[in-house]
Design a protein around this ligand. Structure first.
Ligand code: NDP
Length: 435
């Protein structure tokens, strides 16, 4: 805390892990006296750099770029890039720290990292986004590589941005390698990667529901966000027979009492991915739905909640509202969307609660599969990738049960995910000595 006190999100993420991991360390001789957690909270490397670019009117702008290389004990650094005006070192360090545990849980050999910039892609032309991405990669390229650090997308970085970033990397380095994931299908991307985080979140929730002989079929589901994760979480929940009644963005949420269907979801995908519009426009197209400006959807009655927008979007009051309305399962699609008090509410009520590092790991897992396909220079079918994704989500669920099941039979998935993720990385660090 003395060293990182000015970084609230990072402290929050570390505290959440420490709460469950410190008691585990205390009980296990091999980790005692090795200051292992202290070593894990210090990034191996943090690069911050100037990104200067020119807008359509010829004006020069300067943003700050970052790459946090958190831990490479079990594989090359791996984690997304976020372009959003709120990006700072604290947020990226929290994300990079979470990523270390998440990547460890996937069973694939990937270390943890994260990066991005305070650049805001909203309202920028495609050309401006391209010039920014090219300027960003002009510096980033010297810190990454297919065996060193393999970035991917995150908030504000989707297929368009990955394309511009990859193009510049290829030009500078004169090599076509799997240095980024989330690539287009015709140039090294993996099938199912765009769907993977949302699908994986639903697969994980499905595994949790199974432990109580429940399923998505016939359940009412509340989802926040309307970006990549939210869209595909909604798609898979609908396929499994659920009624998805909300989506949101930073301006508010839409409530559709009849539930979304394929046609409505296709409208949202076109609106958000191609037209880059606002979710409020949904009610112009479907007037029986309601738009609630400036609000989150946690007051809406539901059986299952999937927060898929951003960090700290669901607090203790929201958690109480969900519980009072009968919600029985919460799976985080976003990273740390529920704050610590909200998580305690859910665990005290002993409902099914999955932390993002477990439930949203499907995205990075499929990125890992993209890396394998790039190295082997092959492309697996949609079915092959989906099956591997499903298996990985089930394995993560099993690991959470192994380390998180308590004496009364309740599974604390937070504890399970933290300890399972910790053990693999800690063992590798111990084997590699003090470096
Ligand atoms: P997108 O940029 O595609 O979508 C983000 C969504 O969240 C948008 O609807 C956005 O609304 C909303 N949002 C962003 N910031 C805020 C805010 N401050 N308040 C309210 N709403 C907000 O990002 P993704 O879907 O890729 O990512 C969503 C979350 O999932 C993030 O936490 C990310 O770290 C996490 N995640 C993503 C993975 C992936 O594979 N993409 C993998 C694992 C985790 P608006 O358009 O108004 O900004």
């Amino acid at each position: 805390i003395a060293r990182n006190g000015h970084e609230p999100e990072f402290i929050q993420a570390v505290q959440e892990v420490a709460e469950t991991v410190i008691p585990y360390i205390a009980k296990h001789e091999i980790y005692n006296g090795k200051n292992i957690l202290l070593r894990m909270v210090e990034p191996e490397r943090l690069v911050s750099f100037r990104v200067a670019w020119v807008d359509d009117d010829g004006e020069i702008h300067v943003n700050r770029g970052y790459r946090i290389q958190m831990n490479s004990a079990i594989g090359p650094y791996k984690g997304g890039l976020r372009f959003h005006p709120t990006v700072n070192a604290s947020i990226l360090k929290f994300l990079a720290f979470e990523q270390v545990f998440k990547n460890s849980l996937t069973t694939l050999p990937m270390g943890g990292g994260k990066g991005g910039s305070d650049f805001d892609p909203k309202g920028k032309s495609d050309d401006e986004v391209m010039r920014f991405c090219h300027a960003f990669m002009l510096e980033l390229n010297r810190h990454i590589g297919p065996n060193t650090d393999v970035p991917a997308g995150d908030i504000g970085v989707g297929a368009r941005e990955i394309g511009f970033l990859f193009g510049m990397y290829k030009k500078i380095r004169n090599e076509f390698t799997g240095v980024l994931t989330g690539k287009g299908l015709s140039w090294g991307g993996s099938k199912i990667r765009p769907e993977a985080t949302g699908y994986g979140t639903v697969y994980f929730a499905e595994s949790m529901l199974k432990t109580r002989n429940e399923s998505f079929n016939g359940k009412t589901v509340v989802i926040s966000g309307s970006g990549n994760v939210a869209q595909y979480a909604a798609e898979k929940a609908i396929v499994l027979g659920a009624k998805v009644v909300t989506l949101s963005d930073s301006s508010g949420f839409i409530y559709d009492k009849d539930g979304l269907n394929d046609e409505k979801l296709a409208f949202v995908m076109d609106l958000k991915n191609n037209k880059r519009g606002r979710i409020s426009e949904y009610v112009n197209k479907y007037p029986t739905a309601e738009f609630h400006g400036g609000q989150t959807p946690w007051n809406v009655k539901c059986d299952i909640a999937l927060p898929c927008a951003t960090q700290n979007e669901l607090d203790q009051n929201d958690a109480k509202n969900l519980l009072n309305n009968g919600c029985m399962c919460v799976a985080e699609g976003a990273n740390m969307p529920c704050n610590a008090d909200a998580v305690h509410e859910f665990n005290n009520a002993k409902i099914l609660f999955a932390p993002g590092k477990a439930s949203n790991a499907g995205g990075v897992a499929t990125s890992g599969l993209e890396m394998s396909q790039n190295s082997l220079r092959i492309s697996w079918t949609r079915e092959e990738v989906d099956e591997r994704l499903r298996d990985i989500m089930e394995d993560i669920h099993d690991s959470c049960i192994q380390y998180g099941k308590e004496e009364d039979g309740f599974c604390n998935y937070v504890k399970g995910a933290n300890i399972a993720g910790f053990v693999k990385v800690a063992d590798a660090m111990l084997a590699q000595g003090v470096i």
